[in-house]
Design a protein around this ligand. Structure first.
Ligand SMILES: C[S@@+](CC[C@H](N)C(=O)[O-])C[C@H]1O[C@@H](n2cnc3c(N)ncnc32)[C@H](O)[C@@H]1O
Length: 440
């Protein structure tokens, strides 16, 4: 890789450092040593992937049937460990896993209807091992060109990064995305306000599906980026025609009498630069510095960085929601599904809550499987997938009144069915409650 630093520069006096004389009584680990997390009851991989042999039932209309394999386009009410284990036994492969597990907050969560939704109070080591076992199963169910996105809070993001490096390999780490989750809050504690959460993005291997995502550029961004206008009123910006690193060939020689800046070379051969100049695509500054004109096209998309400011969770009254706690932004998940899978691919969310990922996957023509252990999540997902969403309305200002007013079957059925599957052990214990959910 061209670094722009010559051999001579590497050995010059500028490169001498106090670290050259680094000496400590215990030497540092060698370069090949990797980091692993240590805590009690870290299960061997073979125990985790060993078949758990659960039986599953599917609800059709209002009756349950035993099934031999997990259907696609479905929601499964169960601890995801057993469903992932079953999917592995069935050799199902997903192109994309998106998961938004409990963040390790130490709190319990309730829906806007004040129903209990899920607990998030496991303790650090238990939480990590809980996640490790499930992430290992997910890795096994991921196709070779697949990707995984883990949405997480500040509490466990550092631990999960180390854990995912261990499971997926440091080389398969792609991004640690910072997502702005809300606007500034009235924050009175003696610390900085927390307005972000994080997404760890890994691919299964070196080659993975990627459809470059982009967003519509805002006018303010266009004006800042494309500062120049030509005679016809077309906006353009100027970009350098040189790149880092020196070259001995023609791109390292003067062009039109101008040498590339020190430590750089021309990006194009002189013949190509001549052609660009002939076409009027080179702009010469007053001190003869050539730069290339890049015009703003009508379909220009702004590339996404690893800072997402535009996907906050429901924050104004017209946004459509289910009312499930920690429900994520649908547009954000649509973007992820679009970027990391193609039409017809299988998308799995093993902590699907209100089914936001299933909704995004269905809208984009992907197959989907959602799993959640919470009865409240089962209701929210089936209701959303079978009947649609409701605007948030005045939940924010008049929460109590709205909570009382939100009757469960009030929305028109859309006809788009999402299969409902349940672990038979759960059904044996809670048959009546599950049957009721099945009729949604
Ligand atoms: C943060 S919420 C997910 C919210 C979801 N992304 C949405 O948009 O609605 C986490 C979910 O994980 C579920 N969960 C926790 N442990 C689970 C387990 N072992 N198996 C399945 N689901 C689990 C909880 O019930 C909860 O619904």
């Amino acid at each position: 890789m061209a670094t722009g630093i010559t051999k001579r520069e590497q050995h010059s006096s500028d490169a001498i450092s106090a670290l050259d004389f680094h000496e400590e009584s215990t030497p540092l680990p060698d370069e090949k040593s990797s980091v692993t997390l240590t805590y009690p009851n870290k299960a061997p991989i073979n125990d985790i992937i060993q078949r758990s042999n659960r039986t599953f039932l599917e609800f059709k209309i209002d009756k349950e049937y035993e099934i031999n394999s997990i259907p696609e386009d479905s929601f499964i009410l169960d601890d995801n460990f057993f469903v992932l284990n079953e999917l592995l036994a069935e050799k199902k492969k997903a192109t994309l896993f998106y998961l938004d597990p409990p963040y390790g907050t130490g709190f319990d969560f309730h829906s806007r209807e004040l129903e209990h939704a899920y607990k998030d109070s496991m303790g650090q080591a238990a939480y990590l091992e809980f996640m490790r076992r499930r992430l290992i199963l997910m890795r096994e169910c991921l196709s070779d060109d697949g990707s995984i996105y883990v949405h997480i809070g500040h509490q466990m993001v550092a631990h999960l990064k180390v854990l995912m490096d261990e499971i997926f390999g440091v080389d398969n780490f792609r991004n640690l995305i910072t997502r702005r989750k809300c606007s500034s809050k009235n924050f009175t504690r003696k610390q900085y306000a927390n307005i972000n959460d994080y997404i760890l993005f890994y691919s299964k291997g070196k080659t993975y599906k990627w459809n470059q995502p982009g967003i519509e550029p805002e006018q303010a961004w266009i004006e800042k980026e494309y500062t120049k206008t030509d005679k016809l009123g077309r906006r353009f910006k100027l970009v350098p025609v040189h790149a880092p690193g020196t070259r001995n060939g023609e791109t390292g020689q003067p062009w039109r009498g101008v040498l590339p800046p020190p430590g750089k070379h021309w990006q194009y051969a002189p013949s190509k630069l001549d052609e660009l100049d002939r076409q009027g695509d080179i702009h010469w500054s007053r001190n003869s510095n050539p730069r290339r004109k890049v015009y703003l096209s009508s379909d220009k998309k702004r590339s996404l960085t690893d800072y997402w400011d535009q996907y906050r969770d429901a924050h104004h009254q017209s946004i459509q929601i289910t009312g499930y706690p920690t429900e994520k932004n649908l547009q954000m998940i649509k973007m992820i599904v679009g970027a990391s899978s193609d039409t017809g691919d299988l998308v799995i969310d093993p902590f699907c809550g209100s089914g936001t990922t299933l909704h995004a996957a269905r809208d984009l023509g992907r197959r989907y499987i959602g799993i959640d252990a919470s009865f409240s999540a089962a209701k929210a997902t089936l209701r959303r997938m079978r009947h649609g969403l409701e605007p948030m309305g005045d939940y924010v200002n008049d929460r109590k009144a709205k909570v009382l007013e939100l009757p469960f079957p009030a929305i028109k059925r859309t006809g788009a069915l999402c299969a409902f599957v349940v672990d038979s052990r759960l059904f044996d214990a809670y048959g009546d409650e599950i049957r009721q959910i099945g009729t949604i």
